[in-house]
Design a protein around this ligand. Structure first.
Ligand SMILES: NC(=O)c1ccc[n+]([C@@H]2O[C@H](COP(=O)([O-])OP(=O)(O)OC[C@H]3O[C@@H](n4cnc5c(N)ncnc54)[C@H](O)[C@@H]3O)[C@@H](O)[C@H]2O)c1
Length: 300
């Protein structure tokens, strides 16, 4: 048995929360998007307007206009208002286990007992968060990949006691918003994709930190070899370098292995406020980063 989800609350209106919200709205769901920051909500409103246009232009939204997508999203700084009637809450706040536990505790008090609580965390297993609630059977990891509408798959991972009904409910919800659910069969920090991506990211950072190669040359080799449109450093800029650092810290705290610590190269960028696309500078400068120019892969 599963419940059909029509009312969704997304908590955290940053890069991922905005994308999850617009994807849900594009497939007819009523969405309440909450953030503690007015500025984040204002930025999100603009990002969502652009995303809705992209989604409509790509024909993903079944012929509806972008305004009808936007009309289904309500923005609020009140968590009570956002979550009180939600059937499913998807959390996409900062990658910090204490912050997530605090939020899940609040949500547990606000939401009806049947509401499913999901985290979009990249590296924090729901089993580290579930005891902050009294509904450990109705919590799980739902790990989306950005841009959601272009890469429509999501990794679903249970906690210690997540019920089959919860899994079935969320599996059906994801299919109903055009996203393919992939089941992680055992608890795994980094799920499936991120474990593989993390190995690439860690070595790419180390190769440049150890001055073995430049950022550009690492990305060039990757793009040519794998025939992809961007390399690991361009992708890290897209993710956000502070988010990359936070994720690396989770692995480091878990292993204690010094080679897992975020390298100085990354920390220096962050201390200069160079966080990637969102601040206009990271490993590349934006808009129009050099990796997007036709000369980037030209023979020199
Ligand atoms: N960036 C990615 O590509 C990516 C991909 C998959 C998963 N994730 C995960 O998704 C989550 C969000 O990542 P992001 O890149 O969107 O981060 P982000 O920094 O872009 O956005 C986070 C937002 O959360 C808000 N916030 C912080 N604490 C809050 C609270 N207690 N209540 C409400 N809002 C709060 C912030 O104001 C901010 O707007 C993280 O757990 C991250 O690991 C990120």
């Amino acid at each position: 048995m599963f419940q059909t989800i029509e009312d969704v609350c997304v908590v955290g209106a940053g890069l991922m929360g905005s994308q999850i919200a617009v994807q849900s709205a594009a497939f007819g769901k009523r969405v309440r998007l909450h953030d503690v920051s007015d500025k984040s909500l204002a930025n999100s409103r603009q990002a969502i307007a652009d995303l809705a246009n992209d989604i409509v232009a790509a024909g993903v939204a079944g012929g509806q206009c972008s305004q009808s997508i936007l009309d289904r999203i309500h923005y609020t700084t009140s968590l009570d208002e956002a979550a009180a009637e939600a059937q499913l809450v998807i959390e996409a706040i900062t990658e910090d286990v204490d912050a997530k536990r605090g939020l899940f505790h609040q949500l547990d008090d606000i939401c009806p007992p049947s509401t499913v609580l999901a985290t979009n965390s990249s590296s924090i297993r729901i089993s580290r968060v579930e005891s902050a609630t009294r509904r450990a059977d109705r919590v799980l990891n739902t790990h989306f990949v950005q841009p959601v509408w272009k890469h429509p798959f999501v990794e679903l991972m249970r906690g210690s006691v997540t019920s089959d009904e919860t899994m079935a409910t969320v599996d059906a919800f994801m299919k109903s918003i055009g996203v393919l659910p992939v089941i992680v069969r055992k608890e795994s920090t980094g799920f499936i994709f991120n474990r593989i991506w993390r190995a690439v990211k860690k070595e790419a950072l180390r190769v440049v930190d150890q001055q073995i190669a430049t950022v550009e040359d690492v990305d060039r080799t990757w793009m040519i070899l794998w025939e992809t449109s961007m390399g690991p450093f361009a992708l890290m800029d897209n993710v956000g370098l502070d988010v990359v650092r936070d994720i690396e810290m989770v692995y480091f705290e878990q292993s204690g292995d010094p080679s897992d610590a975020p390298p100085q190269l990354l920390l220096d960028k962050i201390s200069r406020g160079e966080l990637g696309v969102k601040t206009g500078k990271g490993f590349y400068t934006y808009p129009n980063p050099s990796w997007q120019s036709p000369e980037f892969l030209a023979q020199r």
